[in-house]
Design a protein around this ligand. Structure first.
Ligand code: NDP
Length: 256
């Protein structure tokens, strides 16, 4: 049924060569969308594009550092030319982290995390707005984190960027509803990706994560991408401004 299909829709997924972004590219393509993605590593990007093509998915890609304002502009120019000035779906997935106590962050680290996680998403929403509007039916999803909902020991700058993304989803949901654009945020807990591999490989750390998680394991990238895809489907047409935790119950686990 068309309620459960993205056939004929266009999508931009930032950071699609690994982890959650990679799973989102595949999930959207599987549902019939034409997907454009980006990353900084050209070799890895081209490898992924070949693999997707072999699987029959329609995916294109650009090298782009999402933390650079001019590269974001180039990315959207490219997207606009590929999809004829229209875009149905924007997934703001790029994000990174530096974990340390608040008193130890430098000004450079603050700027890097703010520009990579928050400013990039903000600016991509601005750049994509005319395309999303022109498509007639648009959906934006932010890949946030449970660190934007509660304190987790991943650092205060990361938490602040993710909390801001959740609020941005609420603001844009109201501002752009008139343009038929829905905006939501997905907040994962630990997901097995290259970003947190080093943490989850530490047995003591993994035990602490699992002990706080009602579903006794970290998540898989495709357990996040399914929620992201759902939020983009016509089936989710009355859902906007929400932050959905994909966390194995972590954020509702008051006194384990
Ligand atoms: P990974 O580091 O595994 O993958 C990140 C992807 O984004 C890669 O394709 C990477 O490619 C690309 N990327 C990173 N930085 C940039 C950049 N500046 N410009 C363009 N592309 C970039 O991360 P995850 O999949 O784990 O994380 C994705 C999102 O999910 C992030 O926003 C993260 O905060 C969030 N998240 C992750 C959780 C987890 O436990 N994994 C939990 C909660 C939230 P390349 O490096 O080659 O550019």
């Amino acid at each position: 049924s068309p309620r459960w299909s993205l056939a004929g829709m266009s999508a931009l997924v930032t950071g699609g060569t690994r982890g959650i972004g990679y799973a989102v590219v595949e999930e959207l393509a599987e549902l019939g969308a034409h997907v454009h993605t980006c990353s900084r590593n050209e070799v890895e990007l081209n490898q992924r594009l070949r693999d997707w093509s072999a699987k029959g998915f329609i995916v294109t890609g650009s090298v782009c550092d999402a933390s650079s304002r001019t590269q974001r502009q180039h990315l959207l120019d490219k997207v606009s030319s590929i999809f004829n000035g229209k875009l149905n779906i924007l997934i703001n997935n790029v994000g990174t982290n530096i974990r340390k106590p608040t008193t130890e962050y430098t000004a450079e680290e603050y700027s890097m995390l703010m520009s990579t996680n928050l400013e990039s998403s903000y600016h991509l929403c601005q750049l994509a707005h005319p395309l999303l509007k022109a498509s007639g039916v648009g959906s934006i999803v932010f890949i946030s984190s449970v660190a934007g909902l509660v304190h987790v020991k991943s650092g205060s700058i990361y938490g602040a960027t993710k909390g801001a993304m959740n609020q941005l989803a609420r603001n844009l949901a109201c501002e752009w509803a008139k343009d038929n654009i829905r905006v939501n945020s997905v907040a994962p807990w630990y997901i097995k990706t290259s970003l947190v591999e080093h943490l989850l490989n530490d047995e003591q750390f993994l035990d602490r994560v699992v002990s706080r998680t009602p579903i006794k394991r970290p998540g898989e990238a495709n357990e996040v991408s399914s929620m992201v895809a759902f939020l983009c489907l016509p089936a989710a047409s009355y859902i906007t401004g929400q932050t959905v935790a994909v966390d194995g119950g972590f954020t509702v686990n008051g006194f384990p």
